[in-house]
Design a binder for this molecule. Structure first.
Ligand SMILES: NC(=O)c1ccc[n+]([C@@H]2O[C@H](COP(=O)([O-])OP(=O)(O)OC[C@H]3O[C@@H](n4cnc5c(N)ncnc54)[C@H](OP(=O)(O)O)[C@@H]3O)[C@@H](O)[C@H]2O)c1
Length: 253
């Protein structure tokens, strides 16, 4: 029989956006490895269901249903979960919203900026201060291959992922300058099966959620600075970086 008593050596991680897609699968795979987890998203029913499922593998799973767009609620959620976990070794800032909406384009862009940029930056700040005080920690941010691209159909989304990746580089530089043992992992997936991609007809090289998250977990545990999922997207990234702006301006996707 599996021993589910709390293991004092289990890594303790918070995952945001754990109610579906990549975040949900990250919770599943890390719980299977015995991690203690604090899970955040808005949909409480989904978190409760997931928590019940993965509690079979991890003795310590806590959930908090909040809208990360509300900074006070987000701070309280991070504080509460880290206390319940008895400390924190890592945080995966995964919550995000997807493509532009043609019906309400400004509202859609505003939400993308609120969550993918502002809430992400708020999570980075909270985690950096927490780990700085503690003396060590691991921050993982869910960027995207979109950090290398521009798009007329998803301009806020691609720009938000440029921000996320660049922001993580800045925080890595800050940690290095202060000789802090804070690792920062920037994950840049291509297309992965999730609620975000299910209605997008223009996807290709789609990775299964399970396979993509296996690669992410391997990279996280190796404390990699940057992870492309799947690996072939690395070559798209390098190629995209070489495209001059006068060509970007003429592209129509
Ligand atoms: N799927 C891909 O192909 C792909 C590729 C590159 C990068 N990514 C990135 O991967 C991350 C996860 O996306 P996914 O593909 O797994 O999509 P998803 O299934 O739609 O998951 C998004 C998660 O973010 C949470 N979330 C959204 N707004 C929130 C808010 N205001 N407060 C709290 N939680 C919020 C959602 O939970 P609630 O709705 O319950 O709040 C959900 O758990 C995103 O950052 C996305 O940009 C995805």
């Amino acid at each position: 029989m599996t021993d589910l008593s709390p293991n004092p050596y289990s890594p303790r991680f918070i995952i945001t956006g754990a109610s579906s897609g990549i975040g949900e699968e990250l919770a599943r795979q890390l719980a299977n490895k015995g991690y203690a987890l604090g899970l955040i998203a808005r949909r409480k029913d989904r978190l409760e269901r997931l928590s019940k499922e993965i509690s079979k593998h991890s003795a310590n799973v806590f959930i908090k249903a909040v809208d990360l767009g509300n900074e006070q609620d987000a701070t309280e959620a991070y504080e509460e979960l880290s206390q319940k976990l008895g400390g924190l070794d890592g945080i995966i800032l995964n919550a995000g919203v997807g493509r532009d909406d043609v019906v309400a384009p400004w509202l859609s862009d505003a939400t993308t900026i609120d969550i993918n940029v502002r809430a992400f930056a708020h999570g980075m700040h909270w985690a950096f201060e927490y780990f700085k005080h503690q003396g060590h920690g691991h921050i993982i941010g869910m960027s995207s291959i979109a950090a290398h691209l521009a798009s007329g159909h998803a301009s806020a989304y691609t720009a938000s992922k440029h921000f996320a990746s660049n922001y993580m580089t800045g925080f890595r530089m800050k940690a290095n300058a202060q000789s802090l043992k804070i690792h920062i992992t920037d994950i840049r997936p291509g297309y992965v099966v999730s609620e975000m991609t299910q209605n997008n007809p223009n996807t290709f090289w789609m990775a299964s959620t399970k396979r993509a998250v296996q690669m992410m977990v391997k990279g996280i545990e190796s404390q990699k600075k940057r992870i492309y999922v799947t690996k072939r997207w690395y070559f798209i990234a390098r190629f995209a970086d070489l495209i001059p702006s006068f060509i970007w301006n003429r592209l129509s996707f």
